[in-house]
Design a protein around this ligand. Structure first.
Ligand SMILES: Cc1cc2nc3c(=O)[nH]c(=O)nc-3n(C[C@H](O)[C@H](O)[C@H](O)COP(=O)(O)O)c2cc1C
Length: 418
């Protein structure tokens, strides 16, 4: 038995039941999402820091224009006036998504991972623009992530594609699911798929830094299946977090999963956006190098490598150009901590900001090395080259390994001649 014995049914379409999870900022690139789509699976792009990502890919100047406009606030801890231009936000979103969607060649799909916790100093307005522009640009599905808002579906209910685009949610407990569903049922628009993310996932987590290891994906996944059955709802459930081999995926598919969402294995693929030397760090990581901490300004725990440069950042907040994590009213916990550290610094001493990190800058610079718990096992998935570096597999190598491998074996890529 392997993953290829199963198919994920969403509406009238069938997919290879492998979904590559969204990895901001531009770790799950257009190229990575398209690789999954080409092979009949589902790939995600992410709209985290979308204007910044556009500037990098298309040499636009969204960020520098915004930085110039709000330059007067650069030394001011009050960022309440630093707002995104909604038209520019829509323009960036459409540009990036159209660029991706127009290159589809396969029978799979490309979905957007939309982290709702990126409140951009105007949570509801910016979220509405992000989701509407994504649908305008032809996205196949919207995956609502981190910071699920109960009003999200209301915001887009008038969009012509509201009932035809796939809409999914990421949850880590039955409780969160039940709350979201109540509202969705009232709108007669239940999600088309539910991703259940367990404690071993990368990025932000729905579990605390001290208790994540007391939870387990299989239990939460079974609870979600039982809950949906009790409610008489037939929605594909997709577990995520720590599914490292094709056989791990088969276990879930046999338990009734619609598909699986995976990410960590793909962080080191050639197509993933991380710089090549950072990919080597991921492969070399040991289990003790991977931690869950509260450095993210979202308020959610995040898993990362202890060597992440962001953990030593003491940089001036960069909200005039970036500012994606500003809460409504222009607050960010990093701004508070930075200015407090400045005020308390003794003359001549280095500035140290201990608790929080400037996540916008960190993610933009690929300096926040967020990763899944199984990152320390990546060595098992590829070849050590004669030059002492690890071979970077292609996304297709990894996808096929998930799809066709059996008995917990891992097919390493064909050795590369260097
Ligand atoms: C590097 C990295 C970045 C991630 N970024 C995001 C993100 O921006 N939004 C999100 O919803 N999930 C994010 N995730 C979670 C993944 O989409 C996925 O659900 C999860 O990591 C799957 O577990 P696995 O990594 O053990 O396969 C990220 C995961 C990784 C490894």
């Amino acid at each position: 038995m392997n993953v290829d014995n199963f198919r994920l049914q969403l509406g009238k379409k069938e997919y290879v039941p492998i979904i590559i999870g969204g990895m901001g900022v531009n770790i799950s690139t257009t190229e990575l999402a398209l690789a999954a789509e080409k092979l009949g699976g589902i790939g995600h792009i992410s709209d985290a820091l979308i204007t910044y990502v556009c500037d990098r890919i298309f040499s636009t100047s969204f960020v520098s224009r915004k930085r110039k406009k709000y330059a007067q606030y650069s030394a001011n801890p009050d960022k309440s006036a630093v707002l995104f231009d909604l038209e520019e936000l829509a323009e960036a979103q459409k540009k990036y998504i159209e660029h991706t969607i127009s290159q589809k060649t396969g029978k799979g799909a490309v979905f957007l991972n939309c982290m709702e916790k990126l409140t951009m100093n105007s949570g509801i307005e910016t979220l509405k623009v992000r989701l509407s522009a994504a649908m305008d640009a032809g996205i196949d599905g919207l995956t609502l992530a981190a910071g699920l808002n109960l009003r999200t579906l209301d915001l887009i209910q008038d969009h012509p594609r509201f009932r035809d685009v796939n809409i999914g949610i990421i949850i880590s407990s039955v409780r969160a699911l039940a709350i979201f569903l109540k509202r969705a049922i009232r709108l007669n628009r239940v999600p088309d798929y539910i991703i259940v993310e367990g404690p071993l996932a990368g990025g932000h987590l729905g579990f605390g830094p001290a208790d994540w290891h007391t939870f387990d994906l299989k239990t939460i996944f079974s609870d979600v299946l039982a809950f949906l059955k009790k409610e008489g709802l037939n929605i594909p459930v997709i577990p995520a977090g720590g599914i490292f081999t094709g056989s791990d995926a088969v276990d879930y598919l046999q338990m009734g999963a619609g598909g699986v969402q995976v990410a960590t294995r793909f962080t080191i693929s050639k197509e993933a956006g991380l710089p090549a030397d950072v990919k080597q760090n991921y492969i070399n990581a040991r289990e003790e190098d991977i931690v869950v901490n509260m450095a993210s300004t979202t308020g959610y725990p995040m898993r990362m490598l202890t060597s992440s440069p962001t953990l030593r950042y003491a940089i001036k907040p960069n909200c005039e150009g970036l500012g994606y994590l500003l809460e409504n009213g222009g607050k960010c916990t990093y701004i508070d901590e930075y200015y407090q550290a400045l005020a308390e610094r003794k003359a001549g001493a280095p500035l140290v900001v201990k608790e929080k990190t400037c996540l916008c800058t960190g993610m933009a610079n690929y300096d926040c090395w967020t990763c899944g718990h199984t990152t320390y096992r990546l060595k098992e998935t590829t070849n050590l080259l004669p030059n002492g570096k690890w071979q970077l597999p292609t996304a297709e190598d990894i996808f096929y390994d998930y799809q066709f491998s059996r008995d917990h074996s891992i097919m390493r890529p064909e050795p590369e001649v260097t």
